[in-house]
Design a protein around this ligand. Structure first.
Ligand code: ZN
Length: 334
């Protein structure tokens, strides 16, 4: 029997062209209504269920392709400044988890930074990838946001961040929590330059990301049904010993309670984003960009935001060249 199983069968299978496996990705089951959807229909419908309008999760690359004109954009590489700073290990080593996620998503970490045009307007975007360790925010993600923010200032372009994250990355401990402060300061740099910062809250945006950069936008846009919150629904229910209302922490609920500005179906997202950028860039042109960087804040920033390739000096020299006469006269007084 073993001779047949080990020798004859593999030879025969080789002769007839291997095992005839039916690809299991031709049909996709909607996680919400359970209907089967043909994969081509799903792709055509931007991964939205045509039966129940459920918006499925997208990878960072898919998101960027969907929002930039003709899906064309230039990627900015983001490398982790230190990998595995705590030499963390649970059931698996953190380095192993990183390797697996990198292979799965073909990305260096849970964020993708890119720049390109949105309806003709130069835009910088940073998209979280939930498939990479739950989109958790560690050092590399923090760096990605800072890189994107500084690029936006350099290009005098709006910054759009697409969040999809479970929160801080526990494998990086305190380093991960520091990213809440770092990304907040990065967003502040964009604001100080008088540029719009738009957040698109994708399903799910929770934990440390919702407690920092995700809730600091000038405009918050979300997709139907997206889960947005800090702690999970079950944790809150167990803590306050109460049943939470229907649709709690969903995009529509947040819109009703004034936490976000718009809930936009995926097919209209690019058009709506272009409209918002157009509107905000007009106002940012009307009100002059405020590039006030005193010496002391520049030093503090350098201490808090060290490992990025776009240096403070570069930005400062860039900003200096743009400054008009009044501001340079102010400088000479100092
Ligand atoms: Zn469905």
């Amino acid at each position: 029997m073993s001779w047949i199983a080990n020798f004859v069968r593999p030879k025969l299978q080789k002769l007839v062209g291997g095992s005839k496996e039916v690809p299991d990705n031709l049909w996709y089951k909607c996680p919400d209504c359970g209907q089967m959807i043909f994969h081509r229909d799903l792709a055509k419908n931007l991964k939205v269920c045509q039966h129940c309008d459920h918006h499925m999760r997208l990878g960072a690359n898919e998101r960027l392709e969907m929002l930039f004109d003709d899906g064309v954009f230039e990627k900015v590489e983001v490398e982790a400044p230190i990998t595995d700073p705590l030499k963390f290990r649970d059931v698996k080593r953190y380095t192993e988890r990183l390797k697996e996620s990198k292979a799965k998503t073909k990305s260096n970490d849970a964020i993708m930074v890119a720049h390109g045009k949105v309806s003709g307007a130069q835009t910088v975007m940073a998209a979280f990838d939930f498939a990479f360790m739950g989109g958790s925010m560690g050092l590399a993600v923090g760096d990605g946001v800072i890189k994107a923010a500084r690029l936006a200032v350099k290009q005098h372009a709006p910054l759009v961040v697409l969040t999809s994250s479970g929160g801080a990355r526990m494998q990086e401990g305190i380093h991960s929590l520091m990213q809440l402060a770092r990304t907040t300061i990065a967003v502040e740099e964009v604001r100080e330059a008088g540029l719009p910062y738009i957040v698109i809250l994708c399903d799910p945006t929770t934990g440390g990301v919702s407690a920092s950069l995700a809730m600091l936008g000038d405009i918050h846009i979300s997709e139907p049904g997206a889960v947005i919150g800090f702690a999970g629904q079950r944790v809150i229910e167990q803590t306050i010993r109460e049943t939470l209302p229907e649709g709690f922490q969903r995009a529509e609920y947040l819109l009703e309670h004034g936490m976000i500005d718009m809930v936009v179906p995926r097919k209209n997202l690019q058009a709506e984003l272009a409209k918002v950028i157009d509107l905000l860039m007009v106002t940012s042109k009307a009100t002059k960009p405020m590039t006030v960087t005193t010496k002391s804040t520049a030093i503090v920033e350098a201490e808090i935001l060290p490992p990025v390739t776009v240096t403070n000096a570069e930005i400062k020299s860039d900003a200096d060249s743009k400054k008009d006469g009044i501001e340079s006269r102010d400088e000479s007084k100092k």
